[in-house]
Design a protein. Structure first.
Length: 215
């Protein structure tokens, strides 16, 4: 059976696993974005805290994915729980780093002018700093998303949802009927999900970046 025949015969299952993959990535990156952006703004005026947060989250990113998924099992069991927890941990650093970079890139003169107009700190952050830093922050979320699309496939090792199920199942029975087709389908599916989400982020950047800041 060719891979085309396999896809036709198993289209329903493949689409379901792709949907699961997209859902787990979007939930994870959404949670990581809330945490990363929040920490970035919170630590903006606290240099020591900012360095500590970047150091800790960067170190967590270096933990091998198999090990991190395994470490989540005692806390969350098998399935979606450890998958989401590990992906959120992996997603925080690039978002936090870009948030810090984006805030640092805002012209201090603009902030001083807003302060001179009597704007409160919260209003300056929401109307001046966030819009100007947004393109850099969004790029961090985009990078984190693509990274998590690939990492989510490894979550099949802890019975996580998504296309990794096809990859791991095929590898476990390599040489058997349709084993290679399963692996190739899983890999191609992951690539397609990454491309689709990347295009969505490029479109989002075009639509949400303040006029004059588009590159």
């Amino acid at each position: 059976m060719t891979i085309v025949d396999y896809l036709v015969a198993n289209a329903g299952q493949v689409l379901f696993l792709m949907q699961q993959h997209v859902e787990v990535v979007l939930i994870s990156v959404g949670t990581a974005a809330v945490i990363g952006v929040g920490l970035g703004f919170w630590a903006d005026s606290r240099p020591m805290l900012r360095r500590a947060l970047l150091s800790v989250t960067g170190t967590l990113l270096t933990i091998p994915s198999y090990a991190l998924f395994a470490l989540m099992i005692p806390l969350f069991g098998l399935g979606a729980g450890p998958t989401l927890a590990a992906l959120v941990i992996y997603g925080i650093f690039p978002i936090l780093q870009n948030t810090v970079t984006g805030i640092a890139g805002v012209d201090p003169a603009v902030i001083d002018a807003a302060r001179g107009l009597g704007m409160s700190n919260r209003r300056r952050l929401s109307t001046i700093v966030l819009p100007l830093a947004w393109p850099v922050i969004l790029n961090g979320i985009r990078v984190a998303t693509i990274m998590l699309v690939a990492t989510a496939a490894i979550a099949a090792a802890v019975n996580g949802p998504g296309l990794g199920e096809l990859i791991f199942r095929g590898l476990a029975r390599i040489g058997g009927a349709n084993a290679l087709n399963e692996v190739l389908t899983g890999v191609i599916g992951v690539v397609l999900v990454a491309l689709a989400l990347d295009l969505i982020f490029l479109l989002t950047a075009k639509l949400t970046t303040p006029r004059g800041l588009n590159v």
